[in-house]
Design a protein around this ligand. Structure first.
Ligand SMILES: Cc1cc2nc3c(=O)[nH]c(=O)nc-3n(C[C@H](O)[C@H](O)[C@H](O)COP(=O)(O)OP(=O)(O)OC[C@H]3O[C@@H](n4cnc5c(N)ncnc54)[C@H](O)[C@@H]3O)c2cc1C
Length: 405
């Protein structure tokens, strides 16, 4: 049995804690937030992420609060379809699940607690003290150099802005995209917006997306359909857009996407709409000594392909599998990095490649996309590859795929 410290109680941290505690390890999760709750907007769970939730035994409760959809549609403001992908092209049983992030959080948090993981809340882990010559326990340090705990294995899952990632010698690239999104979760009383994930683009600098989001977290207690609205914004433009006021914002985006009007009408004052900026993190390997990095801390990416949470869940499951397979911990962590390499590198690469076509400062990427995407959609092999990549299961451009449990 191992004594494991997990830094960060988000999706990756809670899922890893649940898998490892179920194997009988003593798991302590250190979380910065004092009262973690179901916050955030909608995201898409792909077949890959759903397979992990199934392995955790929480998929049914998550699906019951989500909005399953079959189609991803991207159109221009004039209604021309650039991209229309159906999960049916991958498998009749496959679907995307639009879901409030809080629903996933509630499920994995409870799974971790029920498996016996201990949570230390309201503490910020600022440093890791490694044992001399790698032998002995790792010490997690909190604010003001206060020791929080010592562990045989530390799983770093503190998200895209990870503090603990920065002090490793692992080669890495950490950057912030100049772009992000203003977002809002609204109601969809007619249910009409809950059938398709629909993005409307105008070049690569204006985009509005409507993501089916289902009923939302159980603890919030609402049972009607919800939808998340995302508007692509350059970080340097946020203050100007807010200053222009709500009416101008609603008017501009209702003209781009008349379908979004019922949600735009529900928007709060502009200063209450949350802006989230995206990160791009690559590193390899994801382990050093008895420390392993998972989730956004290890491989944050822009959400163009809708994979971050799914990859984080897969990390947690594979890490636990490797720890169960190998008796010597460093071997298990090496095997973890090797096993995750092709899947994570494929999605990092594909996301980086795709992002400027949807959000970027060079308008000609948008022009190329408007010309090229409809042509690519007509090639059956390309369409199938795009669908499988959306499903979260590809591990190479040659079409190799993960074996899902
Ligand atoms: C706008 C947007 C849309 C997205 N859409 C999708 C989508 O459709 N599909 C998808 O799969 N993914 C999507 N993602 C990505 C997804 O949200 C992330 O990949 C996922 O949440 C990563 O989980 P994580 O546990 O690694 O990190 P996080 O969820 O960020 O969790 C990190 C946790 O660590 C805690 N923490 C941070 N620092 C410390 C510290 N020093 N000490 C202790 N605790 C700490 C934090 O409080 C937090 O609880 C989207 C992201 C954004 C921004």
């Amino acid at each position: 049995m191992l004594d494991v410290g997990v830094v960060g109680g988000g999706t990756a941290g809670c899922a890893a804690a649940a898998f490892l505690a179920r194997q009988g390890h003593a798991v302590t999760v250190y979380e910065r937030v004092e009262n973690p709750g179901p916050v955030g907007a909608g995201i898409t769970l792909q077949p890959s992420g759903l397979a992990v939730l199934r392995a955790l035994g929480v998929a049914d409760e998550v699906i019951a609060r989500g909005a399953p959809f079959k189609t991803l549609l991207c159109t221009t403001g004039t209604g021309r379809a650039l991209l229309s992908l159906s999960y049916d092209d991958a498998s009749a049983a496959a679907f995307g699940l639009g879901i409030h992030r809080g629903v996933i959080f509630e499920a994995v948090y409870r799974a971790a607690r029920e498996a016996g993981a201990r949570f230390v809340l309201g503490v910020t882990c600022e440093d890791l003290v490694r044992p001399p010559r790698g032998k002995g326990r790792l010490e997690i340090m909190g604010a003001d150099g206060r020791p929080l705990g010592t562990h045989q294995l530390v799983v770093v899952a503190d998200g895209a802005r990870s503090q603990l990632r920065d002090e490793t010698v692992i080669p890495k690239h950490v950057a912030q995209y100049p772009w992000g999104a203003l977002w809002f979760v609204g109601k969809d009383p007619s249910g009409e917006l809950s059938k398709v994930l629909h993005q409307v683009v105008d070049g690569n600098q204006r985009m509005i997306g409507l993501l089916p989001t289902g009923k939302g977290p159980l603890s919030v207690g609402e049972d009607g359909a919800h939808v998340s609205l995302f508007v692509s914004v350059r970080a340097t433009e946020v203050a100007r857009i807010r200053a222009r006021g709500l009416a101008a914002f609603q008017d501009e985006y209702a003209r781009l996407s008349p379908t979004a009007e019922p949600v735009l009408a529900q928007l709060p004052p502009m200063d209450q709409m949350v802006f989230t900026q995206y990160h791009d993190v690559t590193m390899y390997p994801w382990n050093t000594g008895n420390v392993v990095y998972i989730g956004d801390a290890a491989h944050a990416m822009s959400p163009q392909l809708g994979q971050g949470c799914n990859l984080a869940l897969m990390d947690a499951m594979v890490l636990a599998e490797k720890i169960a397979t190998y008796t010597y911990l460093p071997d298990a962590l090496d095997a973890y990095s090797r096993t995750r390499r092709s899947h994570l590198q494929f999605y990092s690469w594909a996301t980086r490649l795709l992002t400027p076509f949807f959000q970027g400062d060079e308008p000609w990427f948008g022009i190329l996309r408007d010309l090229g995407m409809p042509m690519m959609m007509r090639v059956p092999w390309m369409r199938r590859m795009m669908t499988r990549s959306m499903c979260g299961t590809l591990t190479s451009v040659l079409g190799h795929e993960l074996d899902l449990p």
